[in-house]
Design a protein around this ligand. Structure first.
Ligand code: C2E
Ligand code: MG
Ligand code: MG
Length: 284
C-alpha cells in the first residue's frame, strides 16, 4: 500500500474509533463434551462508508504502529463489558474473550484499569478472558508481571494461534495462562494429514498436563469436529458451530444449537457420544 493510502486509512480509523463506525461480532465457543456455550470471542469489525469493510488483520497492526491501539483496546473493552450486561439481562451469563494487543499490555497499570472498568459496570472479572498472540517484537515473557496481575484479579488468559508463528513451549510453562488456542491451520488440515492430528493431540495433552484448557479453533466440518473431540480438546470454535454473529443473534443461536449439536454428533462412534448416552439414560 502507498504511504498516502496508508495515511488515509489511519485518519479514517482514528475517526472510526471515535464515531461508532466500529462494532463487535461475537463467535460462540462450546464445550466439546456436550455442546454447551462456554464463552464468546469478541471480534472487531470496521465498515467505512468509503473504504467498505476493512479486515481486523489489516487495521489492528496499523493501529499498533500509529499509536491508536490503546484507544481501540479501551473502546473494545467498554463495548464488550456493556454487552455482557445486556446478555445477563436476557438470562445469558457467559464469559467473553477479548483479543488484546501485546502493546496494550506494556503499561503496568493496565490490569488495574481493566479491573476498574469491570467494577464500574459490575461485571465479575472472572467473566473476562484475554487472548494474546505472540509477536516477533513483543515476546510475552517480558509481560510476566502484567499477566500475573491479571490472573490475581481473576481474569483468564488464553494464548492464541498456538503452535505457529512465535509461540513457544517455554511460555506455557512460565506464564500464567489458563487456555491454549490451537492454531486453526492444524485444524484445517486435520482431516487430510495425520501429522496435524498428532500435533493437535500433543498440544492438547500438553495443555492438560499443565492444567490448561485446550481449545480448537477454525472447526469448519463435521469431520474436523469429530477429530478434535477424539483427541480430547475441551472447547471448540469455528464456522461449523457458528460464524461470528451480532450480539442480538446470540440468544436465538443458543436456543437452536442444542438440537444442531445432536445432529452434528449423531454419526460419531458411540465412545465419543457419552453425553448422548447419558442423556438417554436420564443421567444429565
Ligand atoms: P483470532 O483471534 O485468531 O480470531 C480468529 C479469526 O478466525 C477471526 O478472524 C474469525 O472470524 C476467524 N474464524 C473463526 N472461525 C473460523 C473458521 O471456522 N474458519 C476460518 N477460516 N476462520 C475462522 P477475524 O475476525 O478476521 O480476526 C482476525 C484477527 O484479528 C484475530 O485473530 C485477532 O488476532 C485480531 N482481532 C480481532 N478482533 C480484535 C480486537 O478487538 N482487538 C485486537 N487487538 N485484535 C483483534
Ligand atoms: Mg483470538
Ligand atoms: Mg486465533
Amino acid at each position: 500500500m502507498t504511504r498516502r493510502a496508508n495515511e488515509k486509512l489511519i485518519g479514517a480509523l482514528r475517526r472510526a474509533i471515535g464515531d461508532q463506525q466500529l462494532h463487535m461480532l461475537y463467535q460462540p465457543k462450546v464445550d466439546l463434551a456436550d455442546g454447551r456455550l462456554v464463552r464468546v470471542e469478541a471480534l472487531v469489525r470496521w465498515e467505512d462508508r468509503e473504504l467498505g469493510t476493512v479486515e481486523p488483520s489489516r487495521f489492528v497492526p496499523l493501529a499498533e504502529e500509529h499509536g491508536l491501539i490503546d484507544d481501540l483496546t479501551q473502546w473494545g473493552l467498554r463495548t464488550i463489558l456493556r454487552q455482557w450486561l445486556d446478555w445477563r439481562e436476557q438470562g445469558i451469563d457467559t464469559q467473553i474473550a477479548f483479543n488484546i494487543s501485546a502493546l496494550s499490555l506494556q503499561h503496568l497499570d493496565f490490569p488495574d484499569l481493566v479491573e476498574r472498568m469491570c467494577r464500574a459496570l459490575e461485571v465479575p472479572t472472572e467473566r473476562l478472558v484475554l487472548e494474546l498472540t505472540e509477536g516477533a517484537t513483543q515476546p510475552l515473557v517480558k509481560l510476566m508481571d502484567t499477566l500475573t496481575r491479571f490472573r490475581i484479579k481473576g481474569i483468564g488468559l488464553a494464548i492464541d494461534d498456538f503452535g505457529t508463528g512465535y509461540s513457544s513451549l517455554m511460555q506455557l510453562r512460565q506464564l500464567p495462562f489458563t487456555e491454549v488456542k490451537i492454531d486453526q491451520a492444524f485444524v484445517a488440515d486435520a482431516s487430510q494429514t495425520s501429522d496435524c492430528r498428532l500435533i493437535i493431540k500433543a498440544i492438547s495433552d500438553l495443555a492438560h498436563g499443565l492444567g490448561l484448557t485446550a481449545t480448537a479453533e477454525g472447526i469448519e466440518t463435521a469431520e474436523q469436529l469429530r477429530l478434535v473431540r477424539e483427541v480430547g480438546c475441551d472447547v471448540g470454535q469455528g464456522y461449523l458451530i457458528s460464524p461470528p454473529i451480532g450480539p442480538e443473534a446470540l440468544a436465538p443461536w443458543k436456543q437452536a444449537f442444542t438440537a444442531q449439536w445432536r445432529k452434528l454428533i449423531a454419526d460419531e462412534p458411540l465412545a465419543l457420544r457419552r453425553d448422548v448416552e447419558a442423556d438417554a439414560l436420564g443421567e444429565r
